[in-house]
Design a protein around this ligand. Structure first.
Ligand code: 1CP
Length: 355
């Protein structure tokens, strides 16, 4: 329960998520715990990726690494979106230099029978909840802890493609050829995501982010037909579950990468925060959500961090001016690249704080 954790000293992220005034813009970085940090590579050299996710002490240690190094305003629990396909009975391997591989992907609708449902998240994903609780204790109230999940369409993509894909053509073929089986699969994933996020909040997560990283492959029509209803269902059911368990106010963020065509619908989909990628002008995003109560998050080009630190400073200033300082959480427009120099991440964070 929340009251058992140390009091929160820096609530900038939560205040910004609720649209309350802040005395400085909060900042965190997607994939802030990861391969660009030598201290992460050190731990990773000794352990398999999913072993780290499944070992609360290691997951907590890695979650805290960027917090110890930088002046960040949030931690995000170290895990991966692909723990949900694992919980559904699929094998997921993390191959160095390749990324995630699912050696037995779903090929036809008949393969849905191979998935193990319903998922008991406490049994299958209890290690994530333990890692969250341990990390909350170790954070000692320094900054809030973000929990997360992949969104159903993005997870469906990995489960059908068997890993990352440049086109998502196999998963999209399902949407066109097997619309009902696609809906069944999306529903089954949605049910797991809902329980998973509620239990993350119960374990101590203070904000929940839903990653729809593969929105960019769907146009407005497929997105509205297949992805958006799940996104809406998740916010509605998670908020109801959090309320029923008296877990307090847990803001939710939707980050649908590439969904520039659906900003208005996303702003109305029941989330407190909407993340945008770097292809959307912040002014255009603000216009799209004018009159709605929603905080924006983003959207520095991850490649912009290759620029010299003085240039990062200049571009961050422009970004913050465009978003405005209220109802705003600074971040990149997608995850930080593994070859980024940590000093450049630091330049970004400090640039936000100097605005
Ligand atoms: O700060 C953090 O690092 C938080 C933990 C985190 C998160 C939030 C990781 C660790 N992964 C994720 C989310 C995630 N995983 C997403 C959504 C965000 C995004 O779009 O970037 C996605 C799509 C994945 C799937 C995934 N896992 C990929 C992408 C592959 C592709 O091309 O489609 C990769 C490379 C991974 C591996 C992974 N996840 C996380 C780390 C640190 C790593 C590197 C693994 C390693 O050490 O080998």
């Amino acid at each position: 329960m929340a009251s058992e954790f140390p009091a929160l000293k820096n609530d900038l992220l939560l205040r910004a998520a609720r649209g309350e005034p802040v005395d400085r813009v909060p900042v965190w970085i997607m994939r802030q715990a990861g391969r660009y940090l030598p201290e992460f590579r050190e731990v990773r050299s000794k352990h398999d990726f999913f072993t780290i996710c499944q070992t609360p002490e290691l997951a907590a240690e890695i979650t805290l690494q960027p917090i110890q190094r930088f002046d960040l305003d949030a931690a995000i629990i170290f895990s991966d979106i692909l723990v949900i396909p694992q919980a559904l009975g699929m094998t997921v391997e993390m191959r160095p230099g390749v990324g995630p591989v699912l050696p037995q992907p779903l090929e036809t609708p008949a393969d849905l029978k191979k998935l193990i449902t319903p998922v008991n998240v406490t049994e299958q994903l209890g290690y994530v909840f333990k890692a969250i609780t341990l990390t909350r204790q170790k954070l000692a109230g320094k900054v809030p802890l973000i929990g997360f999940s992949g969104a159903p369409w993005t997870l469906m993509g990995y489960m059908i493609e068997g890993g990352g894909s440049k086109t998502l053509s196999k998963a999209k073929a399902w949407l066109y050829q097997h619309p009902q089986s696609s809906r069944d699969l999306l529903k089954l994933i949605t049910d797991v995501v809902v329980d998973y996020l509620i239990e993350q909040a119960a374990a101590g997560a203070q904000l929940l982010q839903v990653f729809e990283s593969n929105a960019e492959y769907l146009g407005p029509d497929l997105f509205r037909e297949f992805a958006l209803p799940c996104i809406q269902d998740i916010s509605r059911r998670v908020k109801a579950g959090v309320k029923a368990q008296n877990l307090g106010d847990i803001p939710m963020t939707i980050f649908a990468k590439g969904a520039h065509y659906a900003l208005k619908e996303l702003a109305d989909s029941g989330y407190d925060v909407m993340g945008i990628d770097w292809t959307v002008d912040p002014v255009v995003a603000r216009e799209a959500v004018a009159g709605k109560k929603i905080t924006l998050q983003g959207n520095f080009d991850p490649c912009g961090l290759y620029a010299p630190p003085e240039e990062i400073q200049k571009r961050v200033k422009i970004m913050v001016e465009k978003f405005g300082k209220t109802a705003y959480i600074a971040n990149l427009g997608h995850g930080i690249y593994p070859d980024m120099k940590p000093e450049h991440a630091e330049a970004f964070i400090n640039a936000v704080h100097s605005q």
